[in-house]
Design a protein around this ligand. Sequence first.
Ligand SMILES: O=P(O)(O)OC[C@H]1O[C@H](OP(=O)(O)OP(=O)(O)O)[C@H](O)[C@@H]1O
Ligand SMILES: O=c1cc[nH]c(=O)[nH]1
Ligand SMILES: [Mg+2]
Length: 216
Amino acid sequence: MVINLSEQHSLVSNWVAELRDTEIQTDRMRFRRNLERIGEIAAYEISKLLPWEEKEITTPLGSAPSKVLKEQPVLATILRAGLPLHQGLLNYFDRADNAFISAYRKHHRDGSFEISLDYISCPSLENRVVIIADPMLATGSSLVKTVQYLRDEGQPAEMHIVCAIACTVGVEFVHRIEPKVKIWCGAIDDELTAKGYIVPGLGDAGDLAYGTKVQM
Ligand SMILES: O=P(O)(O)OC[C@H]1O[C@H](OP(=O)(O)OP(=O)(O)O)[C@H](O)[C@@H]1O
Ligand SMILES: O=c1cc[nH]c(=O)[nH]1
Ligand SMILES: [Mg+2]
């Protein structure tokens, strides 16, 4: 299942437009903050589907029957571009447990790349709701590898992926391997370049948020 958060016009489509805009991209702080805001809206939308319970809350004047989240999710992020989206999710799921995964595209001289995964910090995921943040779902290789890696930490009750821009081929690849995962995105684009960049996309999310890096 894919949920496109800008299918209807809302502030999310404005923020996605700003993320894509080469002029606005020169403002790195705005780029990160727009990703964070999309993370906040995704958290709010996902929260509507999460298990909740009735609780009597004592107010200064009485008792209020309330609906509260049964358990906070585990927020997992793929370094480094996932960090601003992760922060947005954490702003709303403010007592969440957190997982960090280092996955990056290791480029070869011929233009091909493989996903290098070399660090994970993670609580037990057994029976937990897990929300993975990564702004770009391009070929889907990073996410598939991450999900498979996370499964070694226990069988989650459900898994969600939050991204700013998803590419149709990547979505199909993730769903072929992980059919039950729900993907929440700010936009869906149809094209991928030979080097695996989304078109029109927005460019390299990690570089735009944090600066260019030396290729390893
Ligand atoms: O769907 P895929 O084809 O796997 O590509 C998407 C991945 O590429 C980007 O990370 P990148 O490797 O550029 O690392 P970075 O966050 O350090 O920039 C992005 O943040 C995803 O993790
Ligand atoms: O378009 C893309 C694809 C992968 N990673 C990015 O940052 N952008
Ligand atoms: Mg990058």
